[in-house]
Design a protein around this ligand. Structure first.
Ligand SMILES: Nc1ncnc2c1ncn2[C@@H]1O[C@H](COP(=O)(O)OP(=O)(O)OP(=O)(O)O)[C@@H](O)[C@H]1O
Ligand SMILES: [Mg+2]
Length: 421
């Protein structure tokens, strides 16, 4: 049967760059990336919009470039969120289906998910994503889809991500100002995991770490479930700051030195090796020890991994298997970083490849992005694809989600003022 193009648009508003991707689902439901748009981001800090106009302009520029290349419109986007204002935890909700046994319906699942979303949250917080739901009906648990089964008490265990409302509302407003609507927000490391983790890694346990410019975020999976996640306001930019202070050089000089001479493999760097970096006022250059440069970078990355490891081991159950670490984001390109991750986590570590998106590497390779930077954007497309396709597990979305967070909040505010319907 003939049908119109099935288009998915993704928007990863990073602290350094905005990436817009447009993909189309083929007849065989394969995702084909048609358009890539990239714009430098200014006005973002640690995942928050700190200046609306430049962010909206960057989003518009990236989206228009992607649309032009794809010759397809990007009206509704799946957008990333990352920042210390997002946090998650395993949560349980239960409902009674009445005095007599009966079949579970989709309406019951929606009521159950509404109950899950109504769990007490700190003031000013809202639910961002409900992930890895697993159901229990009376004394049967671990159910993927209880619809059609018979029972009285229905419960769900899920990883619920909550966020402060205002930073997400402001980001949605910037996206709206760029002429786009948000279909759904997704926590960035969860998106990166969508793009890079294999099915075996999700089952046997893996920690995805996305290292960006202003943030480093993580998502840990085991037994096919998300069990831990979080975000630190530390990224490639922090390394550059360290280098600027330590070696009295410029930010651009620090970035260049990090990329060209930085390695985590200290054994490969001779004591006597030196490099020239610009002086802080940028007029001359001075010579520094390459080994000291690498030690400074290594210290920051080691500390970041240790922070993440402590959080992951605190959050995940002790008996949950975990086999390895996968690194994504532009910051993952530091030479020898996987070896450092292996040392800190005492697990195998690898760099994330973009799994399951056949042409992603080819199309993205022609853009100026470092190869691991688009993991979040591609993972947002994967999420968009799962929203379009019939799913084996029930897709229970927030009943009012279609309105968009910002519209909903404006409606709430108007209603409070007595002006809304
Ligand atoms: N070869 C490299 N070696 C080391 N770091 C690199 C390399 N290439 C890029 N980076 C770093 O990657 C970072 C940018 O990563 P990315 O493109 O994922 O950023 P972003 O998504 O805009 O940031 P965030 O995720 O914090 O919002 C920069 O800090 C840059 O220094
Ligand atoms: Mg990023």
């Amino acid at each position: 049967m003939a049908q119109g193009p099935r288009v998915i648009a993704a928007l990863d508003v990073g602290n350094q760059r905005v990436l817009a991707l447009i993909a189309e689902l083929s007849e065989s439901d394969e995702m084909v990336i048609r358009g890539v748009g990239l714009a430098p981001a200014s006005g973002m800090r640690s995942g928050q919009v700190v200046q609306m106009k430049p962010v909206a302009a960057a989003i518009k520029a990236a989206a228009e470039e992607a649309e032009l290349m794809a010759k397809l419109p990007a009206e509704k986007v799946i957008a990333s969120v990352a920042g210390i204002f997002v946090s998650g935890r395993l949560t349980r909700a239960a409902i009674s289906m009445g005095a007599r046994e009966r079949e579970v319906t989709m309406a019951d699942l929606e009521t159950l998910h509404d109950a899950l979303r109504r769990q007490p949250l700190p003031a000013g917080h809202t639910v961002l994503n409900v992930l890895s739901p697993s159901y229990a009906l009376d004394d049967q648990d671990g159910l993927l889809d209880p619809q059609g089964m018979v029972g009285r008490q229905l419960a769900v265990d899920a990883y619920v991500l909550a966020c402060q409302e205002s930073p997400v509302r402001t980001l949605e407003k910037a996206i709206n100002e760029a002429g786009l609507e948000v279909e759904e927000f997704l926590f960035a490391p969860v998106a990166a995991a969508n793009a890079t983790l294999t099915a075996d890694e999700r089952r046997l346990g893996a920690i995805l770490i996305d290292i960006g410019y202003g943030t480093t975020s993580y998502a840990a999976y085991s037994g096919d479930k998300l069990l831990a996640s979080g975000c630190f306001p530390i990224g490639g930019n922090k390394i550059n700051d360290d280098l600027v202070h330590r070696f009295q050089t410029t930010a651009a000089g620090a970035e260049k030195a990090k990329r060209e001479a930085g390695t985590m493999l200290l054994g490969d760097v001779g004591e006597e090796e030196t490099i020239a970096v610009p002086t802080i006022e940028g007029r001359g250059s001075h010579v520094i020890s390459r080994r000291e440069l690498c030690k400074t970078i290594r210290l920051r990355m080691q500390e970041t991994f240790e922070l993440i490891a402590a959080e992951v081991w605190r959050q995940i159950p002790q008996d949950a298997p975990c086999t390895g670490v996968v690194l994504s984001g532009g910051g993952a390109h530091l030479e020898g970083l996987a070896a450092l991750a292996e040392e800190v986590f005492v697990k195998r570590a690898r760099l994330g490849e973009l799994e399951g998106v056949p042409d992603a590497t080819h199309l993205l390779a022609s853009s100026e992005l470092p190869a691991r930077s688009p993991a979040v954007g591609v993972g947002l497309l994967v999420q968009g694809r799962s929203l379009l396709l019939p799913s084996v597990v029930p897709l229970v979305r927030e009943r009012r989600r279609r309105e968009g967070l910002w519209t909903r909040i404006s409606r709430k505010v108007l209603a409070k003022r007595g002006g809304g319907s």
